[in-house]
Design a protein around this ligand. Structure first.
Ligand code: GDP
Ligand code: IMO
Ligand code: MG
Length: 456
């Protein structure tokens, strides 16, 4: 039996917290895509852990696996592991030998391409972690994989092929000078080789690398429970999201199979829990039909609702809506229900965890974008192009607000203790999305979660 945790919106729905709640019953927690662009927060015993690569289960002593679908920056991985060890944890993390490695030039190229695109409003507002360029090289068959770090000859051969091409990109396409404009070491075969061989040695010494699919299959046969921890969210999936303002991987549930080496029947035989933030938040650019207020540098020039900036400010402050990875203020908006219907179909949700219900408490009225109007027609799910999405006018429904209460008591007392108007809101969401409520987040800590169903 497996449980797959998937973001149903634009990332930062509180996946880390739900992995923590449900992951207690799991033995192995697997990331199947993305890299250190993720920022997952776990609050345990009053301590906050912000994890970008180490799977959230590691905080509670579960085996964490970075699957073959991930892109791994070994520098970030070891920094994060060292930081957790300094905090007296002993994380057991395995890395798929088939996962691709983020190299220094990927980060540089991520920044250069975003700079150029920003002139034409095409920048995605990436996290700058080199995610896109690494997946490009994976698809272009010029990537370096974790297994290559263990094999000096292959590592050197891969770098000797790739590095001159990256250097040519900088010089001939971006018209910049390696050394003057960008860090020379990021484009130097020898410098990269030395540094990444050292990472390879450390991975080998600590026995961290695995054949992911085989490792997981063996754990399953031994009776272990496996949880898949999605990063990012469905609306920034490269296939199903708001292209091109997306990440370069598939956060959606189907990728749990491809990105881990366990078959789709294994994933499909388990539960797929969609994580929903009770409103919307977004770090990055592109349209957002239910946006409240606006954020400079992210909201498109004619987007947002500048007249509602007080409301946006309230939600941003109450919800602490500042990026975990980049610290950028997040854009916020009302819940976008067509986005959720789309996510439910793409992922096949068997249940929902709705987080941040507490953040909206105290408002007189809460709204949701129930549908869109596009070219005079009502749409119940997202259109296929982002340009059409930008033209969608949200049709709002109004709900009476709920009071701010002692949420930890509510979590202890259970679902019926949630204020009535809050329950009406949740029941509307479950009905529209077609999946039952499994959990309700009423605060950042694990004990601030109302657990209705336990999937394991
Ligand atoms: P993730 O990327 O999906 O794991 O989410 P992030 O960790 O980036 O962002 C979620 C933030 O909201 C974190 O600071 C969490 O501690 C916090 N959080 C999660 N669930 C809740 C909730 O139900 N209520 C409140 N107030 N905060 C929450
Ligand atoms: P978690 O797992 C929110 C966004 C970036 C940018 C776009 C592409 O914490 O939910 P990338 O660096 O991936 O090439 O950036 O995707 N993005 C996220 N937004 N949460 C995340 O992760 C994100 N990871 C990437 O802001 O718009
Ligand atoms: Mg996050």
């Amino acid at each position: 039996m497996t449980v797959t945790i998937v973001g149903s919106q634009l990332g930062d729905e509180g996946k880390g917290g739900i992995v923590d709640v449900y992951g207690d019953a799991a033995d192995v927690v697997v990331r199947y895509q993305g890299g250190d662009n993720a920022g997952h927060t776990v609050v345990h015993d009053g301590h906050e852990y912000k994890l970008s690569l180490v799977p959230s289960g590691a905080v509670r002593g579960k085996v964490g696996v970075l699957g073959n679908g991930c892109v791994v920056n070994p520098a970030t991985l070891f920094e994060e592991l060292d930081a957790l060890r300094e905090r007296s944890l002993d994380p057991d993390v395995r890395v798929a030998e088939r996962a691709h490695v983020i190299l220094p030039y990927h980060r540089t190229l991520d920044g250069l391409e975003e700079d150029v695109k920003s002139d034409e409003d095409l920048a995605a507002g990436t996290t700058g972690r080199g995610i896109g360029p690494t997946y490009e090289d994976k698809a272009g068959r010029r990537g370096v994989r974790v297994g290559d770090l263990l094999d000096p000859e292959t590592l050197r051969a891969r770098l000797e092929y790739a590095v001159p091409r990256k250097r040519a990109l900088v010089e001939d396409v971006y018209d910049l000078d390696v050394g003057d404009d960008v860090d020379a070491d990021a484009f130097d075969v020898e410098a990269i080789y030395e540094r990444y061989r050292e990472f390879g040695r450390r991975l080998a010494d600590e026995g961290m690398t695995v054949d992911c699919g085989r490792f997981l299959a063996e754990r399953r046969e031994a009776g272990d429970r496996i949880m898949f921890e999605g990063a990012q969210g469905t609306a920034i999936d490269i296939d199903h999201g708001i292209y091109p303002y997306v990440t370069s991987s598939n956060p959606t549930a189907g990728a749990a199979a491809v990105g881990s080496g366990l078959g789709p029947t294994v994933v499909g035989d388990g539960e797929v829990v969609g994580i929903v933030k009770a409103y919307l938040s977004r770090v990055g650019t592109g349209p957002l039909p239910t946006e409240l207020g606006s954020v400079d540098g992210q909201t498109p020039p004619d987007g947002g609702r500048p007249g509602e900036s007080d409301l946006a400010e309230f939600i941003r402050e109450e919800g602490g809506e500042y990026g975990t990875v980049t610290g950028r203020p997040r854009r916020v908006g009302w819940l976008d229900v067509p986005m959720l219907r789309h996510a439910a179909r793409v992922n096949g949700f068997t249940g929902l965890a709705v987080n941040h219900l507490d953040v909206l408490a105290g408002l007189d009225e809460v709204q949701v974008g129930h549908s869109y109007t596009l070219d005079g027609e009502e749409l119940l799910t997202m259109p296929t192009t982002t340009e059409k999405w930008a033209d969608c006018e949200a049709n709002f429904r109004r709900f009476e607000g709920w009071p701010d209460v002692e949420w930890s008591t509510v979590a202890e007392d259970g679902y019926d203790a949630i204020p009535e108007n809050g329950r009406a809101y949740l029941e509307y969401v479950a009905e529209e999305v077609g999946a039952p409520i499994y959990a309700v987040g009423v605060g950042p800590g694990r004990e601030e979660t109302v657990v209705v169903e336990t999937p394991f």
